[in-house]
Design a protein around this ligand. Structure first.
Ligand code: PLP
Length: 326
């Protein structure tokens, strides 16, 4: 079984420590991996899509990244709803029903013996002509990969991430709405390159107004500097800022509400990030991770703050015991 190392990058990067490389033995072990492809589980080495697939030619398709905790597929129903909404937004017809894809996802997890891991579910436009016209692709292609996952190094969850703001601007919602979780991640890739060049692991992307949108693969929360110490609030950019409606983000908003912490959705500028008392990122792969430095500005006392720690604990209490599947 290989390990999805979502954060691995060039080894010479300074700043935050790099994740370990995937084990050398992975190639051999991957022979037993099963991928669900258009209705069947097939050995990974036989799971391939056409070079005429518009997912390959144009990044034309949608996807989800989903966690498995203790054999339970966290928020599977919510992920599938978002997948079908993304598909609808780009007029992509998914050949399977939502219930059939849920069953296929469970079957893939079981076939690969995944207790704790990560699922990548993709639907491409399918094979067509070399032109862009999506309606000349008769059938979409669906595949599901279930794998284990390599997190950021554990110490970053204790000490916090060092991040930058990228110069590349987040896609304008009137152009390619970031709420569509499309297979076209070039906007994010360009910002990620800036992060890696700067020697860090993540970058904040601003929108065309210069307001904070999100990171390349995560949503952003801050505790603003003027929040009362005894009654702190969280602030996160609104969806219209150009933000994926993160499932981890919504989970954390619910956990904050349970803890009596008010969450405001309003525009943030770089100034708000630089002066924040606390900051953390949320995402399926990253879970909830503190940020302690942005563009060389140390946040708070340079350590993850109490609100962040509390929500990290609440998140793990939720997923480690009985991760909800709906
Ligand atoms: C651009 C972007 N924003 C935010 C997120 C976090 O979303 P979720 O919590 O649903 O994984 C992701 C990850 O999927 C992402 O790729």
């Amino acid at each position: 079984m290989t390990t999805a190392n979502l954060y691995n990058s060039r080894p010479q990067v300074s700043g935050n420590p790099k994740p370990d490389a995937a084990p050398e033995a992975a190639k051999e072990q991957s022979l037993s991996k099963q991928v669900w492809l258009d209705g069947q589980l097939v050995p990974a080495e036989q799971a391939s899509v056409s070079v005429f697939d518009h997912g390959v030619l144009y990044g034309d398709g949608v996807f989800e990244g989903i966690r498995v905790y203790n054999h339970r597929i966290f928020k599977l129903t919510t992920h599938l709803k978002r997948l079908y909404d993304s598909a609808k937004a780009i007029r992509l017809v998914i050949r399977q029903s939502i219930d059939d894809l849920a069953d296929a996802t469970r079957a893939t997890v079981a076939a690969n013996g995944i207790e704790n891991g990560y699922i990548r579910l993709c639907v491409t436009r399918g094979a067509g002509t070399l032109g862009i016209d999506p309606f000349r692709c008769p059938e979409s292609t669906t595949f599901i990969i279930a794998d284990t996952i390599k997190l950021y190094p554990e110490e970053l969850y204790r000490n916090g991430l060092d991040i930058i703001t990228a110069s590349v601007v987040r896609n304008h919602p009137a152009s390619l709405d970031p709420r569509i979780k499309s297979l076209n991640y070039l906007n994010n890739v360009l910002a990620k390159i800036e992060a890696i060049d700067a020697g860090v692991l993540e970058a904040v992307m601003l929108n065309t107004h210069g307001n904070v949108a999100e990171c390349t693969g995560d949503n952003i929360f801050i505790v603003p500097s003027n929040a009362p110490q005894d009654n702190p609030i969280l602030v996160s950019p609104p969806l219209h800022a150009g933000v994926l409606e993160g499932i981890t983000m919504n989970t954390v908003i619910d956990l904050a509400s349970d803890a009596g912490i008010d969450v405001q959705r309003r525009d943030l500028t770089k100034y708000d990030l630089y002066t924040a008392r606390e900051m953390f990122l949320t995402g399926t792969a990253a879970e909830v991770i503190p940020v302690t430095k942005v563009d060389q500005r140390v946040l708070g006392d340079g350590q993850p703050g109490p609100v962040t720690r509390r929500l990290i604990d609440a998140f793990h209490a939720l997923v480690d015991k009985n991760a909800p599947e709906d």
